[in-house]
Design a protein around this ligand. Structure first.
Ligand code: OXD
Ligand code: MN
Length: 624
């Protein structure tokens, strides 16, 4: 018997040992044995795909106080510690060998130093806890897109969340070839007080690229702990780059057109910028709201949802604007709410839910009452801005029937969107793939949000909405995008959207539901069913097409004044943006492709020529 087997035999009960050994993969056995040796759990639970096992996970999360039941028997609430309410970008680092660098934009440290820290922090980390071993698959099962993942965690909340969010993979692991590439995740919440991680100063997410392994320590917030979400995305981006496909921070949805035609779109928006709400826009169907893999198959770009559930921002979900989400959160579909308020009658409440604000309850700060302040004297809102809901996709009324298609869906369009109050128009189509990749994807900027720790509302470089997760030098990542469509004749159209333009007084100049129209317009554009106006930065809609779309889909009388205001070409701001982006690439991205500078230069020249002829702020009709 080898050493791993001896460790397993000693640490696992007979039933768990048999369950683990039913997976005939020695690398799996070794990963689990090494984790046991390091974390020294009191007990180990191997979870298979059965209802009994997954129900055990849910019940234990409640029994251990990691989740609190609500009046709806299918609902629970989880609270993260007060310092652990969002993704920690600073403490999420790649471990790289001494002679390698991932470039200036990626947080990294020497691999040997990192491995030492991991050994220190995880040593004995589970000594009075139970370790859970889970198996999942990213993407549909038995597909070219599938990536098997082993998750080890001491958090039943993490294991329960993954149950709702991912495709169960225990049986899948039993049939994969011995040499199949696997992603490995090891998480420990560390020391807990009242079921909350207390050692947040020693929080860390460390990504060992060499071994395809991610270690998450002393944290519970799902964005730092759920291995299959943003932790696996970082590994997938490397794999994608190696194998010439794309792993993206994108929703996937079908826009329904005339006579029921479906056109699939993948859309990349930074966290907290409308990705989920876009994928849920009424009259269309959703495949996924956060992560997509895209591959060229038989000459077409096809994509799948990596996940099978939603970990969504709940702030400002209302019955009026988000009816599908609202309904599911008020149904008997299982849901975990996090960092919301629990009312006295055991219901969840969140900020801007369209109801009268509560005055008492329990939230992540403990007992809460109106006017409660933190140590610095700042008022604590009744729920956290980054409060979330976790649900499976199954109960959604608008779920697309291609969700589990192993070949994925054919992508007609790709959308890039960010929080931009003064520069880009609400919607535009790029001139071609390279123009879209460079001026819309690689040039994306967005104001920071509560999804990450640190100040919100600061304009930040956010290429492809994926900067937080890119795990290869940025220039290489961009080159992979440029090359991606080389073998396809059916190249997706690229668009940008901006829901966040404001007037001089700081008021938004479009409504939340206007995105319905932008989406329908983009689908019509792909099928050449609308006229477009060529501007220096892309093709924009005509007033008459939008007027008709607003009337038809939102019963709204769209005024020419609104059109002129929203679609004005703001040359000074657009020029500033080109200059800012060019400087960032010139100064901080050593491997930026030459083409990037050429395309940015062309954009600048078009803007300068337009400014010379037509002035600084150009009304859209001038270009007709
Ligand atoms: C998320 C994020 O939770 O991007 O999806 O932070
Ligand atoms: Mn996300």
């Amino acid at each position: 018997m080898n050493q791993s087997m001896q460790i397993l035999k000693q640490a696992l009960t007979e039933t768990n040992y048999r369950k683990l050994l039913a997976i005939p993969n020695e690398r799996v056995h070794k990963f689990v044995a090494d984790a046991i040796q390091l974390c020294k759990p009191m007990k180990v639970f191997v979870c298979n795909d059965s209802k009994m096992d997954t129900e055990y996970i849910r019940r234990t999360a409640i029994a251990r106080g990691e989740e609190t039941p609500l009046s709806n028997p299918y609902h629970t609430v989880h609270f993260d510690g007060i310092h652990d309410q969002a993704r920690d970008k600073e403490r999420t680092v790649y471990l790289v060998p001494k002679d390698e660098s991932l470039g200036k934009h990626l947080a990294q440290m020497d691999r040997d130093d990192g491995l030492k820290i991991i050994q220190e922090r995880l040593n004995n980390s589970m000594d009075n806890k139970k370790m859970v071993i889970r198996f999942f698959c990213l993407g549909p099962l038995d597909s070219i897109f599938s990536i098997p993942v082993v998750q080890i965690t001491d958090s039943f909340y993490v294991a329960h969340s993954e149950d709702l969010l991912y495709r169960h993979g225990y049986e899948y692991f039993r049939r994969i070839p011995a040499d199949k590439e696997i992603f490995w995740m090891l998480h420990s919440s560390g020391k807990l007080i009242h079921s909350v991680s207390t050692d947040w100063k020693k929080r860390g997410v460390m990504i060992d690229l060499k071994e395809n392994t991610v270690y998450s320590m002393n944290t519970q917030y799902a964005g730092n702990t759920i291995g299959l979400k943003k932790l696996a995305l970082r590994l997938a981006i490397r794999k994608a780059n190696r194998e010439s496909w794309l792993a993206e921070h994108m929703f996937l949805m079908a826009i329904h057109g005339p006579t029921g035609r479906k056109t699939y779109f993948a859309g990349a928006f930074p966290s907290g910028c409308g990705k989920t709400s876009t994928s849920m826009v009424r009259g269309n169907t959703i495949v996924g709201d956060d992560l997509a893999y895209l591959r060229v198959i038989d000459g077409k770009v096809r994509a799948v949802n990596v996940e099978r559930g939603i970990f969504g921002i709940i702030r400002s979900v209302t019955q009026k604007d988000d009816p599908v989400i609202w309904d599911i959160l008020h149904s008997n579909q299982p849901a975990i709410f996090s960092n919301v308020l629990i009312t006295e009658d055991e219901n969840p409440r969140w900020l801007e839910d369209g109801l009268d604000p509560p005055s008492v309850g329990i939230n992540h700060s403990g007992e809460w009452f109106l006017g409660k302040v933190d140590r610095d004297g700042s008022e604590i809102p009744f729920a956290h801005k980054n409060a979330r809901y976790t649900i499976g996709l199954d109960g959604l009324a608008n779920l697309d029937d291609a969700l589990d298609d192993p070949r994925g869906v054919v992508v007609g369009g790709i959308i890039y969107g960010g929080r931009d109050q003064d520069t880009s128009v609400p919607v535009q189509q790029s001139f071609d793939w390279n123009h879209g990749v460079i001026t819309m994807g690689a040039s994306l900027e967005s104001e920071t949000t509560a999804a990450t720790l640190g100040p919100s509302g600061v304009r930040a470089f956010q290429p492809f909405s994926n900067l937080d997760f890119i795990s290869i030098p940025l220039g290489k990542y961009i080159q992979n995008h440029l090359d991606f469509v080389k073998t396809t004749k059916q190249v997706p159209e690229i668009f940008s959207v901006n829901y966040f333009l404001k007037d001089k007084k700081g008021n938004f100049i479009s409504d939340r539901l206007d995105k319905t129209v932008w989406l329908k317009w983009m689908a019509l554009c792909i099928h050449n069913e609308v006229d477009v106006i060529k501007t220096p930065t892309g093709y924009i809609p005509t007033y008459s097409d939008l007027k008709e779309l607003f009337r038809h889909h939102l019963a709204k009388d769209y005024s020419r004044d609104d059109y002129e205001l929203q679609f004005a070409i703001r040359v000074p701001e657009l020029l500033d943006k080109v200059n800012r982006i060019e400087n960032i690439y010139r100064d901080t991205v050593a491997d930026a492709p030459k083409l990037l500078f050429e395309v940015l230069d062309e954009q600048r020249n078009r803007l300068l020529a337009a400014q010379k002829k037509l002035g600084k702020y150009i009304t859209p009709s001038t270009f007709v």
